[in-house]
Unconditional design. Structure first.
Length: 275
């Protein structure tokens, strides 16, 4: 299971080495575009990007959303040196193509204690900044160094999603946890303060107040999990998301059942799934 760096909102998945081949098989011009990209950047996608990366990725939001969302992206990394060299090549390639009005990317690094942090920013876009570091065979990126250092401290102290009793209570009753992907949410602590700020404005209509009340009623923690079987992909949940069950989520915007039915097979009948 993917190591978690968040206790609020998290999407985690396992990426297989077949990803690029699958993309290539579905896009007729993919080989040509890939060749152009590699020639322009001097980066081999297979050797310089795919090979250094492991199969795990996590996207998480943990903390206040204002004024800066506390997002985190975590990749499993087998070869940090090669990946860091690749990032440098990509930055150089971008700067060669960038116009003066766009500005150039600058990649800097600093040492804080035993940890090396990298900062990617554009002087002409003061609100743009990505910070990242390597720790325990993972690359963790976020909007600022304080977010990263706090995530590292929390993980070292065991304050992680997998140790959360709230999260554990949402796991399947059969004890199966070998998921390919999960979507965990606990947005109540985030939504609550925002709602109170909106209410304080005193300009809400009756319908808006009703909508906000409904939102507050459906912010309990939840977990949706996905895993593969030989002839189907299973999607299951005991909770759904913000009052929507899996059936509603999967047909949202489609005007009917989630296509194609064969893709999921009998996934919804799996113990713990929401019909």
């Amino acid at each position: 299971m993917v190591p978690m760096w968040s206790k609020k909102w998290c999407v985690a998945a396992t990426i297989t080495p077949m990803t690029i081949q699958m993309i290539g098989s579905s896009e007729s011009n993919f080989p040509q575009e890939l060749s152009k990209f590699e020639a322009k950047t001097g980066v081999s996608v297979l050797d310089d990007i795919t090979a250094p990366l492991g199969g795990e990725v996590t996207i998480a939001f943990d903390g206040p959303v204002l004024p800066t969302p506390r997002w985190k992206v975590i990749f499993e990394v087998y070869d940090p040196s090669t990946l860091q060299s690749t990032i440098g090549k990509l930055v150089d390639s971008f700067n060669r193509e960038a116009t003066q009005s766009d500005g150039s990317l600058q990649l800097a690094q600093q040492q804080i204690g035993s940890q090396t942090y990298y900062t990617l920013h554009n002087p002409k876009q003061p609100n743009f900044e990505i910070d990242y570091t390597y720790v325990d065979s993972y690359l963790i990126a976020g909007p600022d160094i304080s977010t990263l250092s706090r995530a590292i401290r929390d993980r070292q102290a065991g304050y992680t999603l997998t140790h959360s009793q709230t999260f554990q209570a949402l796991l399947p009753s059969d004890g199966y946890t070998n998921f390919s992907a999960i979507f965990y949410h606990n947005i109540g602590p985030v939504v609550g303060p925002l709602v109170e700020q909106i209410k304080a404005l005193g300009t809400l209509t009756a319908q808006q107040q009703k909508s906000i009340a409904t939102l507050q009623e459906n912010t309990a923690p939840g977990l949706i999990y996905v895993y593969g079987e030989p002839e189907r992909i299973v999607v299951a949940s005991n909770t759904g998301f913000m009052g929507f069950d899996l059936g509603t989520l999967m047909t949202m915007g489609q005007g009917g059942p989630f296509p194609p039915p064969l893709f999921l097979g009998r996934a919804m009948s799996h113990p713990g799934s929401t019909q």
